[in-house]
Design a protein around this ligand. Structure first.
Ligand code: SME
Length: 160
């Protein structure tokens, strides 16, 4: 059993530095991508406060398929270019959405979600997955959260 004790009150850059370090330690030496994504989703859930969903969608052909996550059951397949996740995958750009209802084509998996952060995971110049965080708070995520999850994505790209 791994034990991490994040302090959610600490400044975001420190919190995300700790998260990336814990994530690297957690996946070190483990080649199974599903096991690693499952542990990483649990780690994000532990470290990042005020979320109602956190997890992975994996690229499969021209769509995203649900991967390991924490939170309620979610939609399973998302075509590239659709919703916040499909937009992040198609553009290879982080999507920081303060109000999901104002995002054209947002896919409402959980009616409680008010804001969302989706970060592509890149390997060999291609998007292989996205990390999706949802919050019940409007405008929950800012540029520091985006930078933190982008650093996490870079740290774990070879392990998923
Ligand atoms: N809201 C996402 C769908 C995934 S759930 O939030 C878990 C989207 O619009 O792509």
């Amino acid at each position: 059993m791994y034990h991490f004790t994040p302090d959610p009150a600490q400044p975001k850059p420190e919190l995300y530095r700790e998260l990336a370090g814990a994530a690297a330690a957690l996946v070190a030496g483990e080649p199974d991508p599903v096991a690693n994504m499952a542990n990483l989703a649990a780690l994000i859930w532990q470290f990042v406060p005020r979320l109602n969903w956190a997890g992975f969608y994996r690229v499969s052909g021209s769509e995203l398929v649900l991967g390991p996550f924490q939170g309620g059951p979610a939609c399973i397949r998302i075509p590239f270019g659709q919703g916040v996740c499909g937009t992040a995958a198609a553009s290879a750009c982080t999507q920081l959405v303060a109000d999901v209802r104002a995002f054209p084509g947002h896919i409402a998996c959980d009616a409680a979600s008010a804001s969302e952060l989706v970060v592509p995971v890149m390997r060999g110049g291609a998007v292989i997955a996205v990390i999706d965080l949802d919050s019940p708070e409007p405008a929950r995520f800012d540029a520091e959260d985006a930078r933190g999850i982008e650093a996490l994505a870079a740290a774990i790209a070879d392990a998923i």
